[in-house]
Every structure is written in C-alpha cells, then in structure tokens.
Design a binder for this molecule. Sequence first.
Ligand SMILES: *Cc1c(COP(=O)(O)O)cnc(C)c1O
Length: 503
Amino acid sequence: MADGVTTFSGNRGLAIEEPLIFEMNAPGRVAIDLPEPGPVDADRLAGLRRATPIGLPDLSEPQVVRHYTRLSQKNYGIDTGFYPLGSCTMKHNPRLSEKMARLTGLADLHPFQPQATVQGALEVIDQLAWWLKQLTGMPAVAMSPAAGAHGEWCGLMAIRAYHEDHGEGHRRRVLVPESAHGTNPASAAMCGFTVDPVPADDQGRVDVAALKAKLGPDVACIMVTNPNTCGLFERDIIDIAAATHAAGAFFYCDGANFNAIVGRVKIADLGIDTMHINLHKTFSTPHGGGGPGAGPTVLSEKLAPYAPLPFVVHGAGGLHLVEHAAEVPESKPFGRVKGYHGQFGVFVRALAYIQSMGADGLRQASTDAVLNANYLLAELKDVLSPSFDGPCMHECLFDDRFLKDTGVTTLDFAKMLIDEGFHPMTMYFPLVVHGALLMEPTETESKETLDGFIAVIRALADKAKAGAAEEFKAAPRLTPRRRLDETLAARTPVLRWKPGANS
Ligand SMILES: *Cc1c(COP(=O)(O)O)cnc(C)c1O
C-alpha cells in the first residue's frame, strides 16, 4: 500500500475485501430448509425442465446479509457525503417523500387495476401535472417519459408529429449547441433528425448570430439548455425563441437545470414550446445509481394535441386515464413512450416534495442553490481558473488553466479529492472548455460542508502549483482500489463470473 500500511487480511481497517458471492460458495450450506419437493410433473414445464443444477452459491443467511450489507457500504452516495457533480443536481431527498412513496396504498398498486380502484393514484398524477403546469406556465404536460433523455425524445416526437401533420415533414434538421448534454443530439438522432451543432460564444452562451444563420426551412427545432451546462442563464433566450419561431421551427428547452430557476422564471414567458423536467433532479427522488427517474415534458398549445398516450382527464365519473386516441376527438397522440402511465413512485415523491415545500419553499430552494454555487465560485476563483466572468447560476465551471505547467491534470486533481473524502466534481464536461471542473453544490448543503470542501480544494490547488505532480498521479492512495484503467474497463468489461475463474 502506498501509505506504507499492509495487512495480513487484505482488509483496510473495517473496510473489508469483498469476494463475489459465487466465490463464497460452500456446497451443501443452506440458509433455509425447505421440504424435499415431490415428483415434478415434467409435462407442466413444457419441456423447460432444468437438466443441470441451478448454479446458485450455497451460503448461510448471515453470509448473505453481510455480503449485501458490505456491498451497500461501498456505495458513496448523497447520504454518505458531499456529492458536487455538476449537471446532475445530487441533492438530499427528504425522508418524508420516501415515506410517502412507501405507503402500501400507493406502493402496492398494480397498473392493471380497474380505474375505479385507483382514483387516488390518478389524482396524484393529475395534481402533480397541475403543479408542473403552474411552475412552468405551460398549458399541457406529458407525464409518462421515464427520464430526462426520454422526455427530450417525447418532445421531439411531438414536434415531428406537428410538422408532419402540417405538411412540413421535410423539417429534419435540429440545431444543438456544442455545450449541450450528450442526450440532446442522441435524442434528436433517435427521432430521425440530423444534428447541426451551434458554437458557443466566448462567454459560454449560445452564439446567437451563428444560431440565426443556421435557421432555415428544413429546421425542425432548436434544443437549448437553460440555464445551460456552463451554469449560465441564456440571456438572449427571448431573442432566440423569436428568431426560431419566425423560421417556422420549435424551441425545445432542456429543463434538466430547472432546479436553478423554479419559482423565479416562467418557462412559458421565454417562448419555449416544450421542455422536459427531470423530477429526479428538481423534485426529490434519489438518482445517483442511475434511476429510476421521470421526465414529464411540458408542451405548448400547438404541441399539446400530439402528447403521447395515456393521459389523465377529468371525466363524468371521476378521473379517467385515456388509453385510446378515439376517446378524445381533438387529440392526435404520436403514440406511446412507455408501458402504463409513467414512473408512479417518482410522481409520489415529487408531489410530496412540492407540497411539503410549498410555492415559497420551492422558490427558496432555487435561490439557495444559486447562492451556494456562487459562494463556491467566489471562494475558489483566485486559486482555480473560472471559465467565464461574472456570477453563475446553480453550478460553477472552471477549466484547467490553473494547472498549467504543474504536470497535474483535471483527472489527477479529482482523484486527490477522493483521498480527502470528497466525491469529485464533474470532469471534462462541458466540452466547450478545456479540462472542465463543473461543481454543483445544490441548496441542501450547509455552509460548513461548503467551507470544508473549499479549504481542501484551495490546499490541493496550492499543492499542485508547488510541484507535487507525482503525488497527484498516484492518487487515490487511501481507497481499497487505486487508479483504475478506466478505458480498459469500459472497452473490455468482465461482466460474467465463470466457475473456477478466481479460485
Ligand atoms: C441529466 C441531464 C439530462 C438527461 O437526463 P436523464 O434523466 O439522465 O436522462 C439532459 N440534459 C441535461 C443538461 C442534464 O443535466
């Protein structure tokens, strides 16, 4: 070990080396004792009867419990410590929202239940939709997309359906700023559009002149993130929207950064036609492990008729989930984006969060998120290199100029942070600045936490400038695993255990 400590066991203090559960197999050991099964009627299995052993490991119950408990402890998450990933909004999730989502009356519903028995659940969807429309000022919302990227795709499909319906199916080009999240061009491509990148100006915002020059009769829409992925509000957004509409195109807004402006900006006032909301970034729901999330997508008057099935309407006999276009004559749904009605558990968390915060609380949260990011920016700008002048929104962006001639890279810097007990910030994104370090503290962090983080970053920046490249290159030194070959791991992942492989 680089810190000079070796152990006989290979464990590091109480951080225990964990084998795969298959490697712990002790044939014949059991956790439960079931009676021998009677003779099996082979015919009932329609030829699918297993001919070989099932291949599961034999273990005692305490072994299983310890294995999975230890694995869970290897997760670093928002409940463990500060998680300043930019472009992700990793914020604390109130336990109240979690408790609501676990109420049996909500958690044990089945999507095939008759609608008369799930009126309360439909009310949850309907009330949440009301709040999302209220907070954005938009007239309609498609609730079923399962994530932000899925919402992008949903909004783009509505745009495509509108154009096709109006004899404008040739509009297939989509303008996407270079600073966009990778999901934007990916969603556009999934819709069959071609992606035309728009450069950023030297202040990290959309180059409006370049965007206007690219508008034309074949443009279906633009996709602009606001606040953008450099953590900046797009000041020319109204001008951008007007030029886009004048060219007959729609304005798709990536609303993943809604957390920064809830209660302060009405989306409808900006000329936006459709925008997804990452419920898992703005309105509670743990999402560090990659899901589940939800991406309800608000729609303008023009796009609303093309919203996907199913959707909730107020009928004579109560709330009604519309499953077929024929039920609502004025609707022209482009199809469905998901089985059933969307991510119900995430809806429950979002509604619980919104109702417990109240309108004033939501506004306070976005205000504090921006304040915290500007606090980091103000306290770090003399030792790091801010990419752009002036204040930021919910996240602050630095590039690697402060590391010039030190031999230390953004990656090395981030790895040193792990030894100090902090999850690294987002690195090398957005691509429009060199060696990016993107930090998003969110509103839920205390001043003490931010001060601790600031002190460490300042000390590391000084250390890098003092010529400690070797030490940075060796980081992390205090973790059970050292620097991994991430390229090799991504290119040649070993995802399958084979008997005898490790023994
Ligand atoms: C997170 C994010 C997305 C994608 O959202 P998912 O829910 O992860 O699919 C899109 N755009 C931006 C700017 C984001 O931060």
